[in-house]
Write a protein that binds this ligand. Structure first.
Ligand code: NAD
Ligand code: DAU
Length: 331
């Protein structure tokens, strides 16, 4: 198995859980290490995998590796993944997310390996706060920012690769993940680490935006369920049904870390911060016999706070760079 972006948050968790639970796979990772701090995410498993630093847009490099190692399946995580960064360097999103995926499809076309493409629920756009609708695999695409537009562009190529060339592809659209090794630019790690350095968390806008939160381990088992039982050419939505607004998440973390509930700064919102995402994973649950298991959010959040507390050396330098970038954005 080749895991692209395997040094990132979800990729590294996927590599670790695959080594642990699915020993029949031998794993290779390609990652461009766009943030030098990603290097350390695979430290504890580096002797059990083949790691190559490189760019998924480099079709010749990926093809050669696929041939050399006898790769049978590619799980594609590599991406520019953070919305706030799209305000600072937008074109990188089109390059990596669209062209990187097209490049992998070329590898699939020439070698016949299977590709699982990891997309996001954000491609479906935003829901109203009082809406009862949830995203299904048939929901029309309505991306509203460069991140989701670039992921949507990539998805269209993957879908077309199935219809035009009958390439062996599947796609998943997952909701917001949380867990260890998540970059501190993201909401939950930023909130926890800000409290650990004695600062105050920031809530964008009203803090009323709603996300559906899933533990990264459950996302990883969903991908394996699709690899095992998913149908080629199909799209699956992955979610936990656990919707929460940003303010209630900050309040829970404040409580677990012994701070008052108003220990928070409200900062200007991201322009086009999607109001709400919600996922209907029933197709995945039924067809692939999958369900999320790490669903006790309060307990998971307490464990995650401990993880960031005990791994300060992992995030300390990264945090300084992240806060400098947020300073430029005024949030
Ligand atoms: P991440 O930013 O932690 O990891 C992305 C990885 O891709 C990094 O290791 C980075 O170095 C690598 N990368 C970037 N450009 C590359 C290139 N050109 N070539 C090779 N490697 C490159 O992101 P993440 O949160 O782990 O997200 C992984 C994937 O899952 C992304 O495709 C994202 O769209 C998708 N996703 C994320 C979430 C979430 O909540 N984090 C939810 C749904 C889907
Ligand atoms: O829905 C899936 C998507 O979830 C993935 O595709 C993306 O890769 C992933 O980054 C995530 O996108 P979001 O933009 O939803 O996640 P983020 O953690 O950046 O922000 C979550 C919400 O929290 C959003 O409404 C903005 C808000 N926020 C964020 C930060 C960093 C704050 O209120 N304060 C903050 O400090």
């Amino acid at each position: 198995m080749l895991v692209t972006g395997g040094a990132g948050f979800i990729g590294a968790n996927f590599v670790r859980s695959t080594l642990q639970h699915r020993p029949e796979y031998e794993i290779a990772v390609i990652d461009a290490l766009i943030d030098p701090h990603f290097t350390r995410n695979l430290d504890d498993v580096k002797d059990s995998i083949a790691f190559r630093q490189g760019d998924v847009c480099d079709t010749a490099f990926v093809s050669a590796l696929v041939e050399e190692l006898g790769i049978e399946v590619i799980v594609h995580f590599a991406a520019e993944s953070h919305n706030d960064n799209a305000y600072l360097f937008p074109s990188r999103f089109a390059h990596t997310n669209v062209m990187g995926t097209v490049s992998l499809l070329e590898v699939v076309r020439s070698t016949g390996v299977r590709l699982h493409h990891v997309s996001t629920d954000e491609v479906y756009g935003q829901l109203a706060l009082d809406d009862t609708e949830a995203f299904t695999p048939d929901t029309p695409y309505r991306p509203r920012n460069y991140y989701s537009a670039s992921k949507a562009g990539a998805d269209h190529f993957v879908r077309a690769a199935w219809t035009q060339f009958q390439l062996p592809v599947t796609i998943s659209h997952c909701s917001n993940n949380y867990g260890p090794y998540q970059h501190v630019e993201k909401f939950i790690p930023r909130t926890i680490t800000e409290l650990l350095v004695g600062g105050r968390p920031r809530l964008h806008g009203s803090g009323r935006h709603v996300r559906e939160w899933i533990h990264v381990d459950d996302h990883c088992t969903a991908i394996h369920a699709i690899l095992d039982r998913g149908r080629l050419g199909e799209t699956y939505v992955v979610g936990s049904d656990d919707e929460r607004d940003n303010r209630s998440i900050v309040e829970l973390i404040l409580e677990l870390m012994g701070k008052p509930s108003d220990w928070v700064d409200y900062v200007p919102d991201r322009p086009s911060n999607d109001l709400r995402y919600a996922s209907d994973a029933s197709k995945l649950r039924t067809e692939c016999e999958w369900m999320p298991l790490r669903t006790e959010f309060r307990k998971e959040m307490a464990g995650l706070i401990d993880w960031y507390r005990h791994n300060e050396s992992w995030w300390w330098e990264m945090k300084t760079a992240v806060e400098r970038r947020y300073g430029e954005l005024g949030r």
